[in-house]
Design a protein around this ligand. Structure first.
Ligand SMILES: Nc1nc2c(ncn2[C@@H]2O[C@H](COP(=O)(O)OP(=O)(O)OP(=O)(O)O)[C@@H](O)[C@H]2O)c(=O)[nH]1
Ligand SMILES: Nc1nc2c(ncn2[C@@H]2O[C@H](COP(=O)(O)OP(=O)(O)OP(=O)(O)O)[C@@H](O)[C@H]2O)c(=O)[nH]1
Ligand SMILES: [Mg+2]
Ligand SMILES: [Mg+2]
Lengths: 277, 291
């Protein structure tokens, strides 16, 4: 849009507003930011200066001291993967399992999606590819019972990491949110502090509802982090800016494809650069 | 609500007649905010606002003692119009039905395939469910299970990597089974993946569907315009299915997708069960988008 290096005009601020809106940053974040810039930027600020100012401004909204995953020193590290339907939880469980394996850790999976057609088959394929075990029970089994079994097995075998895949569910379905809380409680009863990480998998194409998802899952389960999936598409997942800023939940990883290697640590700097592309 | 905000904008006007430029621009700002919050694409919002502005400067609003309510009505009616106007009653499809389902990863295609089979069966058709998803782990098992739940025949070729071969064989299988409808489920794919977009075009050319339905997630944000446009241009959609409307997303993607493709939204997914598919009602969607 700009030829670069020129002086910023008010209509160029409109173009920047469009870039930020199209990235799903949301009007309540974007509009005040642009208004502030319109009223406060010196007449004819250099375009490059404005862009780097914006980058720093947006980057500062992210959590500043970012810890990677929690590690339990007294037994298996238990991780629960949650989120609405179809966001990429099962695939992300596999990616995270490989991430740990590459660090030399022993990993076990728990197939707590006992509802959706072929959910356990799907996780089993990934477990086979990774050469690790996925604990499962029959279709329609109580997901909390599967979690319990898996944790017992992980404890008795001295497994380093247990990752629980859960069924997709909409946050406005209270009975399904209760089911998830029960899984969390059961894990905590069996091992103090479990689950050590409760990660929300958020689809990059999600609009402003992504904030409500994070807010609701956080309220019910106390999220420890977010994983943004499908960032290999054209969506920019700008909604995570308000998730970090207003909910203080850090994005820990990003999914950038359907294969098990398409997984990376989240970097606010890289992310904001992509946002303003 | 938007109605309350607009009433606030116009509250000092009653009885004083003429609306000012400022009243209108304040109202448009509130409407813009509401639509962007609802995930309507900013280009669609721009276009929409110019239509609303034009109508708001007309006689009904200027002469009204409740201009706020008049503007809300204009916004609602304009939304309904853009979404397709009157709700279309879906008729039992006649003749041999061939449906191809396409869309991004995780949008709800496989589940929707099962729902369509259930709907067709309830409408006295005999559908065959076909899995052409050769990529996702256990995708074929997933659709096979749904076919069993609806009690309709299922077809795929288990070790076949090429979806085109499955689509071709499905037509022969349909003749053998005496079905009068085929629903083909495909793997999720990104519109920026050239190879996969070519693949689905080739499946289309072979299968020759009379319906190509783009399944889109109701919580999709601004990207809805990009993906819907690309699928429409490459594959050519005949209709849209909006899934996961049982969530609390405002669903602005519905407006964006309709605006960029001009194609009708034919069904709404309102749950995970196979009977949770209903017709699309523009006026209900308009109210939902407005919050
Ligand atoms: N392009 C892309 N696709 C992804 C990514 N992560 C997951 N997917 C795809 O998204 C689809 C859904 O993934 P799943 O892992 O089944 O999602 P889920 O959240 O477990 O789904 P439910 O259990 O049904 O709620 C699959 O087709 C995955 O291959 C990603 O980072 N990029
Ligand atoms: N709540 C709700 N969930 C839905 C709806 N439609 C589909 N789902 C769920 O969304 C998730 C993804 O559905 P799938 O049918 O596997 O999606 P897909 O498009 O086939 O996914 P890929 O083949 O990986 O691209 C599953 O958990 C479904 O049960 C709906 O209308 N409402
Ligand atoms: Mg899953
Ligand atoms: Mg599928």
């Amino acid at each position: 849009i700009f030829s670069g290096g020129g002086k910023i005009a008010p209509e160029d601020l409109d173009s920047i507003e469009e870039i930020l809106l199209s990235a799903d940053l949301g009007p309540s974040t974007v509009i005040p930011l642009i208004d502030h810039l319109r009223d406060n930027s010196p007449k004819g600020i250099e375009y490059n200066e404005l862009l780097s100012y914006l980058e720093k401004e947006i980057e500062s909204l992210f959590q500043q001291d970012r810890k990677s995953l929690i590690q339990n020193s007294a037994g298996p590290t238990v991780i629960m993967m949650v989120g609405v339907n179809g966001t990429g939880k099962t695939t992300t469980v596999a990616k995270l399992a490989q991430y740990y394996k590459q660090q030399g850790k022993s990993v076990m999976l728990a197939s707590c999606d006992t509802f959706r057609a072929a959910a356990t088959d799907q996780l089993q394929v990934w477990a086979d590819r990774l050469g690790i075990e996925a604990i499962q029970q029959g279709a329609g089994a109580d997901p909390a019972a599967v979690a319990f079994d898996a944790l017992k097995a992980a404890l008795s075998r001295g497994t380093d990491v247990l990752i629980c895949d859960t069924a997709g569910r909409l946050h406005n379905k209270s009975n399904l949110m209760e089911e998830l809380k029960k899984i969390s409680r059961v894990l905590g009863k069996e091992l103090e502090g479990a689950p050590h990480e409760t990660l929300l998998v958020l689809d990059a194409v999600t609009g402003q509802n992504g904030f409500i998802q994070a807010e609701q899952f956080h309220k019910e389960l106390n999220l420890s982090g977010v994983i943004v999936s499908k960032l290999d598409g054209t969506a920019k997942a700008g909604v995570v800016v308000s998730i970090e800023k207003d909910l203080q939940i850090p994005v820990k990883f990003v999914g950038v494809g359907e294969s098990i290697d398409d997984f990376a640590l989240f970097s606010p700097k890289e992310f904001v650069k992509e946002l303003l592309e | 609500t938007l109605g309350q905000k607009l009433n606030k904008v116009f509250k000092d006007l009653r009885g004083y007649g003429k609306l000012s430029e400022k009243n209108i621009s304040d109202a448009l700002r509130e409407i813009r905010m509401a639509l962007l919050e609802a995930d309507v694409h900013f280009s669609v919002v721009k276009d929409f606002l110019s239509k609303v502005k034009e109508k708001s400067l007309g006689q009904e609003v200027l002469n009204s003692i409740t201009p706020g309510q008049q503007v809300v009505k204009i916004v609602h009616d304009e939304l309904v119009e853009l979404l397709g106007g009157e709700a279309v009653e879906l008729e039992r499809p006649k003749g041999f039905v061939k449906i191809l389902l396409v869309g991004l990863q995780g949008a709800g295609k496989t589940t929707t395939a099962g729902k369509l089979a259930s709907w067709l069966k309830r409408n006295k058709k005999r559908p065959l469910l076909v899995s052409c998803d050769t990529q996702r782990p256990a995708a074929r098992d997933q659709l096979r299970i749904l076919a069993e739940q609806v009690d309709v025949p299922f077809f795929t070729i288990n070790d076949e990597k090429d979806p085109k071969k499955i689509a071709a064989a499905a037509i022969d299988r349909a003749t053998e089974e005496g079905v009068d409808a085929i629903i083909v489920d495909t793997a999720g794919r990104l519109h920026v993946d050239e190879e996969l977009m070519d693949e689905v075009v080739q499946v289309r050319d072979l299968f020759q569907p009379n319906e190509i339905l783009f399944v889109a997630d109701a919580m999709t944000g601004q990207d809805a315009v990009q993906s819907a446009k690309a699928f429409n241009e490459s594959v050519g959609t005949t209709g849209i299915i909006l899934s996961k409307l049982d969530g609390d997303s405002r669903g602005g993607a519905a407006l964006s997708i309709r605006w960029i493709t001009g194609k009708p939204i034919k069904f709404c997914g309102i749950g995970e069960k196979l009977d949770q598919l209903e017709a699309f009602y523009p006026d209900r969607m308009a109210s939902r988008i407005l919050g």
